[in-house]
Each structure stands twice: as C-alpha cells, then as structure tokens.
Design a protein around this ligand. Structure first.
Ligand code: ADP
Length: 487
C-alpha cells in the first residue's frame, strides 16, 4: 500500500504533544509492515531550527510552486528529508508567512488567528506536491483538524484526476476538543463548493468546523484509544460532535497509541546518568539521585519523588494539581514539575516551586531530554487529566518503572491498572475517578503508603515495565483500518 501521512507535527522535528510522537513513530511501523510511506509536514520555524541544530540533510524537493485555491494564491516551497533514523521520505512545506512563527500554533503577528487559512494552504500544497512528485496514494492518512480538509478535498472532485483516482482517506482524531473552528466568512477561504456549507458537512451551528468535515468525509475514522472512542460518543465528552460520531460509529475505531520503544528505553537511553532494566533497578536509584541533584533537592532515602510533565492547559488537570501538590509536599513527598503553556498555570506552579523550594522544583519550558531524566528519576507520575484521548506520559512512566497516578478517563483506563490492595500480580499504578484535588491527593497518598513496602512497589514496577506498549499491535489494527477504507 502507498500511504501518505499529513500532519502538523512530527517528533523529534517539531512537536507540541502526542500528535508529534504518533506521527514520528507510526510511519516507521507501517513501513516495517511493508508499506510505502511518505510524510508531509509544514516547515515550522522549530523544524528549520531542528535541521540547523542537527545538521540532518535537507534539500529542495521541487521548485517553488504557486498554490491557487479559492481566491487565494500563495507560494509553497518543498523540501525533502527523511524521517530520522529511517529512509521514509519526509516532505516539508515552506511558506514564510504561514509557518515561520515562534510557536507552531501561533496566530498572525497582528493577533488574527489564521489557522483555518494556513492549514487549508497546507492541505492544498500536499495535493499539489503529490501531483508534481507522482505520488499516487492508496491511503491519505490525515491527523487532527489541521489536515481534516484532505478527506473533503478528496471527495470534492480530486478523484477525477489520475493522482487520487484510487485514494481512500483515514482520519485520526488525536484530541476532539481542538476542532479548527472558524467564522462563517472563512468558509470562502477553503475553496469548496457551497454545498459543503451545510450541517452534514462543514457547517456546525453557524461556524466552520474542520474536525466535523474530516469525520464526515473520511472513509474511516480512528481515535487513539478504545475508551476514548466510546467517550466521544457521549454528550459529556463529545465536545458538540457526539451526535455526528454516534451516527457514524460504524466507521469509528479506537486504537491505542504505541510508544517509540527505541527512543524510550531505560536500558539504552543516552539522556540518563545511568541506564537500567526491570531486573537491575540500581540505575533507577542513581537516576533519582542525579535528578534530585539537578533539581537542587536533597536526597532523602525513603521519600517518594512525584513528577508532572505536561502542557499546562486545563485538560491536563492543572487545577487539581496545584492545590493537591502542596498537600503532597506537606505529607512528605518531593516533587518535580516540567511544563509550559498558559501563563496563569506557569505562574501558579512557579509560585509553589518558590514557596516550597526545599521539596519541589518547577521547570517552566519544553525540554525533551530533561523529560527523559524525570521519567527515569521519579517514583510516581501524576496525570490528573480532565480528559485524555490516549496519553503517552503514563506509558513512558510505566516503561521507566515510575508508577502513574491517573484520573480514570480516556486512554488512561486502557493503559493503567490501578492497585486496589489485592491485585499486585497485575496492577501498574494508582487511579481515581472524581476530578477533585482531594481525590488526586488521596490516590497519590495511597501510592506514597505503598512506596514504603519495597516488595509491593517492585512488583508493581515490574508489572508496568513488562507491559508491551510497542507499536506492533496497534500497527496491525491500523493496517486493518486501511484495508477497510480500501474495501
Ligand atoms: P498531549 O498530546 O495531550 O500533550 P500526550 O501524553 O499524548 O499529551 O503527549 C505528551 C508528550 O509531550 C509526551 O511525549 C511528553 O513527554 C511531552 N511533553 C509535554 N510537555 C513537555 C515539556 N514541557 N517538556 C518536554 N516534554 C513534554
């Protein structure tokens, strides 16, 4: 099969979260299954910086081309590289105005949010590139709202030409709450026939909704865990699209994300002071000492170290974390936090770090290498998410012998087995249901109590470290979805 991935993020080149991780690793496993894969992403400023920093080869793929759509024209320059560590072609679409921005999802300099226009341009540029490069995809795999227009463009006449005559589309929802919503007037920027301005296409209560269009027009829709696939069909978690999803549930599949077990491997992780395995955990103890040193916290033998690594947005339960954190510190825990996002959260967490500097260290920023050292050096990872489509952090933590404390929502239900005092033979972490700081604190406190029992703790660590979170199983499920799309 010839598969084209269309995505706003690819790890490690430019990422803000799980979308980047998935699009950096799923193509590898699909290629391993014998498919021809190519990836398209924008040449964000972060991507340009990454190529400069690493010296990875990048070259012009095709001469700069005018992309014409609606009443717009914009220039696309195309660069070609390879997904790091593979020979999978990675095409980067460049346009100074649209993609050379400080943040991947930043609005225009004057504050106008032109997300709809710039990702419409990106989708159009992908289509043009396939035509110019002679890529004839069997599967066009679009991810999240940024590339949700591709299934619509495919069904609006593209299949009439030779490039896309046999192409089918798969659309993956990584997070239903970011839908690519625009004003009605922005519909004109999409270059689609007026019949797509209707409630059974892109219009949603008088606004443009790209996510909705992607769901309706894709041949198959997936999301990133079975439990989330179920939750998004309910009014509570459907973010206004539950009705659409219920009516199209016959083509919706939940597939749990895998993790890149080469990048995330405590036995062979260049970011760690000492590597380790589930059989020899001394390296984890050394990693904890090193992390505490880096955090300027004192090593205390029997004190559990909890961590939180996240985008600082309400989805991640930061409103539960901030009050609960002080209680945890008072109850005897140490904590390290790494995150960036909304300034109200950055400020509040920094304050906890300043006020309780002898027990807590807060790093504001995005630092992948440091995140590896934190997963390795901590005893517990806090994940009090309000909702969580899949979640990767908890899987990294499990692999690094760090027990997750999770709110039982979305993919966290599919990936963490909470310890209830009787299931030490299978449990991998701790869980709570109600989104309250009290319940987060109690679940963490249960963890802290169990931390004192070294034999139980080791058992739970071993359970988590031996779980298979590789992409292999999920890849087979994606393969089946692709086949259903083609059938
Ligand atoms: P989401 O995609 O909703 O942000 P996921 O759990 O799916 O959540 O993925 C988060 C990814 O981003 C993980 O790889 C996590 O380690 C990483 N991450 C989040 N915040 C930071 C940060 N401040 N520094 C480094 N890595 C981070």
């Amino acid at each position: 099969m010839n598969i084209v991935f269309a995505t706003a993020e690819v790890s490690p080149i430019a990422k803000t979260g799980g979308l980047g991780d998935v699009c950096g690793s799923l193509p590898k496993v699909m290629a391993k299954l014998g498919h021809d894969v190519a990836i398209f992403m924008p040449l964000h400023r972060q991507a340009r910086d990454w190529f400069e920093r690493t010296g990875a080869p990048i070259e012009e793929a095709i001469p700069t081309t005018q992309i014409l759509w609606a009443n717009w024209a914009a220039e696309a320059s195309y660069f070609r590289s390879e997904l790091p560590g593979t020979d999978i072609p990675l095409y980067l679409v460049a346009n100074e105005h649209f993609f050379n921005r400080e943040q991947i999802y930043a609005p225009r300099a004057d504050g106008y949010d032109d997300g709809i226009e710039r990702f419409a341009f990106f989708c159009r540029a992908i289509i043009r590139a396939c035509e110019l490069l002679g890529i004839t995809p069997d599967i066009l795999h679009a991810h999240d709202w940024h590339t949700a227009l591709l299934p619509l463009y495919l069904s609006s006449g593209l299949r009439g030409g030779p490039t896309f005559a046999a192409t089918r589309s798969v659309y993956t929802i990584h997070n239903l709450n970011y839908q690519g919503i625009g004003r009605a007037a922005q519909f004109a920027a999409l270059g689609l026939h007026g019949r797509y301005w209707s409630p059974d296409a892109l219009e949603h209560f008088g606004e443009v909704n790209l996510m909705k269009g992607g769901i309706i027009f894709a041949d198959q829709v997936t999301t990133v865990s079975p439990n989330y696939a179920h939750e998004i069909q309910t009014p509570a978690r459907g973010a206004g699209l539950d009705g659409v999803l219920r009516s199209l549930s016959f083509k919706l599949t939940g597939i749990i994300n895998g993790i890149d077990i080469e990048e995330w491997n405590p036995e062979d992780d260049p970011n760690l002071a000492s590597t380790y395995s589930d059989e020899r955990l001394t390296g984890k103890a050394l990693s904890k000492r090193a992390l505490l040193r880096e955090a300027k916290l004192r090593f205390r033998g029997k004190t559990p170290l909890v961590c939180f690594i996240s985008r600082l947005v309400d989805q991640k339960g930061v409103d539960l974390l901030i009050p609960a954190l002080s209680h945890m510190l008072r109850a005897g825990a140490q904590a390290v936090v790494l995150g960036s996002g909304e300034s109200r959260y950055e400020d509040a967490l920094s304050r906890v770090g300043e006020e309780q500097g002898d027990r807590c260290r807060v790093w504001i920023g995005f630092d992948n290498a440091l995140s590896h050292r934190i997963y390795a050096g901590s005893d517990m990872l806090l994940m009090p998410s309000i909702y969580e489509p899949c979640g990767l952090n908890q899987m990294y933590a499990l692999r690094y012998g760090t027990l997750p404390v999770v709110r039982l929502t979305g993919g966290l239900v599919d990936t963490v087995i909470p310890f209830d005092g009787t299931n030490a033979d299978e449990a991998t972490g701790f869980g709570f249901m109600t989104a309250s700081p009290q319940d987060l604190f109690i679940a963490t406190w249960v963890g802290m109590l169990n931390y004192r029992d070294a034999s139980v703790w080791k058992r739970l660590q071993a359970n988590g470290m031996s779980r298979d979170f590789s992409w292999d199983r999920s890849a087979i499920e994606y393969d089946a979805v692709y086949r259903r799309a083609l059938a």
